[in-house]
Design a protein around this ligand. Structure first.
Ligand code: 8YV
Length: 342
């Protein structure tokens, strides 16, 4: 008798034509409407499948995988994977994958757009014009901070950080300084025109500071009241990483007291909720987590996640060799140990 086909769950409506590629290999249960899942519902879905294609909105933790004996792969449609408990997935022998590279430049573009919008007060200017206040114009209306020739600070120098460095150094003649756990090789620094500083040096020297580091326990609220107090009062802060990196209450206070000139935020600690204190401020530009949101890039992300899921479940031309695994080494160890016990 033929083996039953593996079953996969697709948690949200993505691009139907791309998701349809899964059907060549698997029985697919794809959500037809945007859905907010309670943890028990995620566990129930995972219990029935061999693989899942999920977004950042689905938290896959120990509880979610505990009752999912068939589950072998979770493909995240995002490069960040703080929604996945990797230890729990690895311990259960579940391979997790993400979508790096395809979104690097689109997200770097958005980081730069937010930086320019915040420093040059675009949101505030537009609201002012629409409010019919142009008649009150004076020579000091909407004075902002220059981008060109200023010092661009970058916290986290991964792919997106480097994309932002390139835009700043080569496009706007900025001096680029960065802080990262590990320094880049000299030739990469030279190519980017970027100089490593310690965290305090980065805070004090940057005219504009862009956050692009992964979120973890170690980076939770790394930009807190003390860090904000070290920044120039004329500085701009941009966050395109994860909301939890910034203490938003401290940021709102710094922005409203004039301790910090401006901010551009694409990510928030309680997404989709945004703190009322931030919503009330004119000197912060707020966008709803659209870093990777160009049509071409979102399609490329779904396509890569589909390739990952097909390969991770041992099908397709790259069977068992998915393009972007996250926890492959740990999973191999778990699976070997499980095989030994059998
Ligand atoms: C999201 C992101 O994937 O990739 C990431 O880590 O934060 C974004 O690209 C996207 O906003 C969909 O949730």
């Amino acid at each position: 008798m033929a083996e039953p086909r593996p079953r996969v769950w697709v948690s949200q409506p993505l691009f139907d034509d791309i998701v349809a590629r899964l059907e060549a290999h698997f029985d697919v249960d794809a959500a037809s409407a945007i859905t907010e899942y309670a943890p028990a519902e995620i566990a129930r879905r995972l219990a029935e499948v061999d693989g899942a294609l999920v977004t950042l909105n689905e938290r896959i933790d120990a509880g979610a995988v505990a009752g999912a004996p068939r589950l072998r792969a979770v493909a995240n449609v995002a490069v960040g994977h703080n929604n996945l408990d990797l230890d729990a997935l690895s311990a259960a022998g579940v391979l997790a994958t993400n979508t790096p590279d395809v979104l690097t430049d689109t997200t770097a573009d958005l980081g730069f757009a937010l930086l320019m919008a915040a420093a040059r007060r675009l949101g505030e200017s537009e609201r002012w014009l629409r409010d019919g206040r142009w008649g009150q114009w004076s020579f000091s209306t909407m004075l902002g901070a220059d981008i060109h020739g200023s010092t661009l600070g970058i916290l986290g120098m991964g792919r997106i950080g480097r994309g932002i460095a390139r835009r700043g150094a080569h496009g706007f003649g900025m001096r680029v300084v960065y802080h990262n756990r590990s320094r880049l090789p000299d030739d990469v620094e030279a190519d980017l025109g970027a100089t490593w500083l310690d965290f305090d040096g980065l805070l004090t020297e940057a005219d504009h500071l862009v956050l692009v580091l992964p979120y973890s326990e170690q980076t939770h609220h790394i930009v807190d009241a003390a860090a904000l107090a070290r920044m120039k009062p004329t500085a701009t802060l941009v966050n395109v990483a994860r909301g939890g990196i910034v203490d938003e209450q401290a940021l709102a206070e710094a922005l409203s007291s004039g301790r910090l000139a401006a901010a551009g935020l694409d990510v928030f600690e309680g997404e989709p909720a945004v703190r009322p204190e931030l919503l009330a401020l004119d000197n912060v530009v707020l966008t709803p987590h659209i870093g990777s949101a160009s049509l071409a890039t979102r399609r490329a992300m779904v396509s890569l996640a589909v390739d990952n899921l097909i390969a991770a479940l041992g099908a397709g031309p790259h069977a068992d060799d998915p393009p972007s695994p996250i926890n492959a080494d740990a999973v191999v160890k778990t699976r070997k140990a499980t095989d030994r016990k059998r």
